[in-house]
Design a protein around this ligand. Structure first.
Ligand code: NAD
Length: 333
């Protein structure tokens, strides 16, 4: 097999070299895969990327021998799974590597906002020790709305209740027995967004739920609500969130993911590829980054020592199982 890894960090290569079976041609690259990799893709059987590579129909077309895309992530919305299926290409992901890790980051964002950690830090670094303007709010007693009660959402709920928060949740596939054990209540989406003091998103991005947070849904939210998104940027309409932050309907936002974040990483790519709507979205995202009541982290919620180790371990399992049996472990399409 000809196996290509993209978006690798330095430490991953020796780890992979030790664990992949001998007798296969394996190439390791740090950059994300693009059309410029056409030559490399031409003979590729197995392609492994992280989330910043857009594995779209064009990339799949450039890899006529491709049999497996093994993404080193849970989310797979950067892969055109329909095109993969049409071409008989399997797609595997890493379903569980750090649900607690992302949940902990959710609270890192929420606590940074609730206790005004960033302005407090910036000020004290500059030598100012007064507390004016730094008053925060307690989490205890607040109502948290959790959208998506999968692996990450459930860890968030567990952590929230230990802070003394009350929790409601929405999920099209509720797990009612867990609601009793973890002490939360399932409600319809509209009830969740209208009642919650803090809303946190933990569902995958699909065509159906694109912009689930937009002007219409924000209008139903409590004035002063706090929004946390560690899930996917496409769930939130950037323009509508900006307007709501400006008019203070949304008091603050903690965002680990942004619409079009792969463009934000690389301005050159943006100018080359993006259409007018994507350019406008990128400008609005830059406006978000500059706001004082917004904290943005660069899709970093997964990034703990323990979690990244588990990602590579599962990816090796996915690839080795595919090589041995022709079927990947953890298939998503
Ligand atoms: P999961 O599959 O365990 O759970 C997702 C849950 O969302 C499921 O219970 C599903 O029924 C529910 N759901 C689906 N559509 C929904 C909708 N429209 N409204 C409400 N709920 C809906 O996934 P997970 O491991 O908990 O991960 C959740 C998301 O977090 C992933 O899809 C991924 O996009 C994101 N994620 C982000 C990072 C990061 O670094 N920021 C890391 C890992 C995962």
């Amino acid at each position: 097999m000809n196996i290509l890894f993209f978006e690798l960090e330095g430490w991953e290569r020796p780890y992979l070299e030790k664990r992949l079976p001998a007798g296969h041609a394996v190439d390791y690259y740090n950059h994300k895969v693009t059309g410029a990799d056409a030559q490399k893709l031409a003979g590729c059987d197995i392609l492994s990327t992280f989330i910043f590579s857009q594995v779209n129909a064009e990339i799949l077309r450039l890899a006529p021998a491709l049999k497996l895309v093994a993404t080193r992530s849970t989310g797979y919305d950067h892969i055109d799974c329909a095109a993969a299926k049409k071409n008989g290409i399997q797609v595997s992901n890493v379903p569980e590597y750090g649900s607690n890790t992302v949940a902990e980051h959710t609270f890192a964002l929420l606590l940074a906002l609730s206790r005004r950690v960033i302005p407090a830090y910036t000020r004290t670094r500059a030598g100012a020790f007064d507390t004016s303007g730094l008053r925060g709010f307690d989490l205890r007693g607040k109502l948290l709305g959790v959208v998506g009660t999968g692996n990450i959402g459930l860890h968030v709920i567990r952590m929230a209740t230990s802070f003394g928060m009350r929790v409601i949740a929405y999920d099209p596939f509720p797990r009612k027995s867990l609601a009793d054990i973890l002490n939360f209540e399932y409600v319809p989406f509209d009830a969740l967004i209208s009642e919650s003091d803090v809303i946190t998103l933990h569902c995958p991005a699909t065509e159906e739920n694109q912009h689930m947070v937009r002007a219409e849904s924000i209008a139903k939210m409590k004035r002063g609500v706090v929004l946390i998104n560690t899930s996917r940027g496409a769930l939130v309409n950037t323009h509508d969130l900006l307007v709501a932050l400006e008019n203070k309907h949304v008091a603050a936002a903690g965002l680990d993911v942004l619409e079009g974040e792969h463009y934000i990483k690389e301005d050159v790519q943006l100018l080359k590829d993006a259409n007018r709507a994507q350019l406008l979205a990128a400008i609005e995202t830059h406006k978000l980054l500059a706001r004082e009541n917004v904290i943005v982290t660069p899709h970093n919620a997964f990034n703990s020592e323990e979690a990244v180790q588990r990602i590579v371990t599962t990816t090796v399992e996915n690839i080795n199982t595919f090589i041995a049996t022709g079927k990947s472990a953890n298939p998503v399409a």
